[in-house]
Design a protein around this ligand. Structure first.
Ligand code: ATP
Ligand code: MG
Length: 420
């Protein structure tokens, strides 16, 4: 075994690609920050019970994908497989819902862990940006979150993201539909595991990815035919608000999140350039989750967008984000005195907000100029003994090759002017 290998199902983010990754995180975060969502950060692990309750005992995440472990002290913990349960736990623990200012709006960004079969777009360590609006039931809030996600994809220049939308009903109509669906499913030819799932969590069966199962589901009853009047009206308002905002969607009556506390709006953003790992993000309303983990009734809605798959979607569409160069000015000294002078100049440039770097390691001019070009810098700052004797350095435009002297005490102002 070589030690120079990241664990299975993981990968390292390295320059220059890592810059795209950061830009995607920022692009997803920007719209929610403008909409009053505050940043929340929770631990990378929680009590395992929070997830088994808060994600659901019958989900793949809990039964197969969780990194659960016992600490030396005997605590049963798990690396977080998703963000919603932790964020809600944190809000409840800090009593944010009691400030009278509902909904509590929070956004987060971080690493998540699932023991999955690794493949393109499916990793054991991946990255999400998420947003949750806790403690309000209002179709405009569902619409707000969906619009914010759509806007972030659009701001990235992605054109191939499709929005799938459904309503899962509420505690009035959902149980009726559940029973009708169970009746239908019990009549199908399914394996034992799936038969068990029919009894615990029948909606999840609709989400089965196997062709043999999907074929049998062709005539399954749909939730859209069983929504109660209140859910129908609520869903209609969400749809109207999206349309007014110019956010296109496709009704998908098969789209489920399958757990009893998921209610009403449910949605997924998919991209067709990603093969079978097509979901770039998803979310929905979870009016029952707070009570499920022992809290008060707090109707809430949220989403999580996958950063890794969003980066893959950009690649699939051939979109290159306009990233600023990491370095604006690269200093190349000739001789010991120039080294000191230019090092001081680089520090001054950085303090003035200019991205500057320096030829370290005492390399020759030729090598140093290569590094300057590779850095993507717009300018090189050169100095030798003769320049210093005249009180100047040479500022070279690396695009045009033009070069001219600049007085030592005017380096910062001149460079800033030229960059502007
Ligand atoms: P999938 O059906 O592809 O397994 P999911 O329903 O499990 O997705 P969510 O729990 O809704 O995914 O997570 C939100 C987003 O996080 C997904 O849309 C996806 O972009 C991303 N994501 C989920 N699991 C992974 C993973 N193992 N690797 C990379 N990204 C992931
Ligand atoms: Mg999954």
């Amino acid at each position: 075994m070589t030690l120079f290998q990241a664990p299975k199902g993981t990968y390292d983010l390295l320059p220059p690609d890592s810059a795209t990754f950061l830009a995607v995180r920022e692009a997803i975060a920007a719209p929610v920050r403008r909409a009053g969502y505050g940043y929340v950060e929770t631990p990378g692990f929680e009590n395992v019970e929070l997830f088994s309750r808060g994600v659901g005992e019958s989900t793949d995440i809990v039964t197969k994908e969780m990194y659960a472990f016992t600490t030396r002290g005997g605590d049963e913990l798990a690396l977080r497989p998703e963000g919603t349960a932790s964020v809600l736990r944190a809000a409840l623990e800090a009593n944010l819902h009691k400030t009278g200012n509902l909904p509590v709006k929070l956004w987060y960004s971080g690493s998540y862990y699932r023991y999955e079969r690794p493949q393109a777009g499916r990793y054991r360590h991946f990255s999400q940006v998420g947003a949750e609006a806790i403690g309000a039931e209002d179709p405009a809030l569902d619409a707000e979150l969906i619009i914010l996600a759509a806007d972030s994809y659009r701001s990235l220049g992605l054109s191939g993201v499709r929005l799938l939308l459904n309503s899962l009903g509420d505690k009035e109509c959902r149980p009726v539909y559940r029973a009708v669906l169970q009746d239908f499913l019990r009549g199908l030819d399914l394996d034992d595991d799936t038969r068990k799932r029919i009894e615990i969590n029948p909606l999840r069966v609709l989400d089965d990815k196997r062709e043999s199962v999907q074929r049998q589901l062709a005539g399954a009853p749909l939730i859209s035919d069983h929504l109660c009047e209140a859910c129908r009206a609520y869903h209609e308002q969400v749809r109207e608000l999206l349309t007014e905002a110019g956010v296109g969607f496709e009704d998908d009556p098969r789209l489920v999140r399958g757990l009893d506390y998921y209610t009403r709006s449910t949605f997924e953003f998919v991209h067709d350039g990603l093969g079978s790992q097509s979901a770039v993000g998803g979310g929905g309303r979870y009016d029952g989750l707070s009570e499920m983990i022992g809290g008060p009734s707090l109707p809430s809605v949220g989403w999580a967008l996958g950063v890794d798959r969003t980066v893959l979607a950009l690649r699939a569409e051939g979109v290159a984000l306009p990233l600023p160069p990491a370095t604006d000015v690269y200093a190349v000294p000739l001789g010991e005195q120039a080294r000191r002078t230019l090092f001081t100049a680089v520090t001054a440039l950085r303090r003035a907000g200019v991205a500057a770097d320096f030829a370290y390691g005492g390399k020759g001019v030729k090598n140093a100029m290569k590094s300057a070009n590779r850095s993507g810098a717009r300018f090189a700052l050169l100095a030798g003994e003769r320049d210093l004797a005249e009180g100047v350095v040479q500022l070279k435009d690396l695009q045009t090759g033009e070069q001219g002297p600049v007085a030592l005490d005017e380096i910062v102002t001149t460079v800033k002017e030229r960059l502007a």
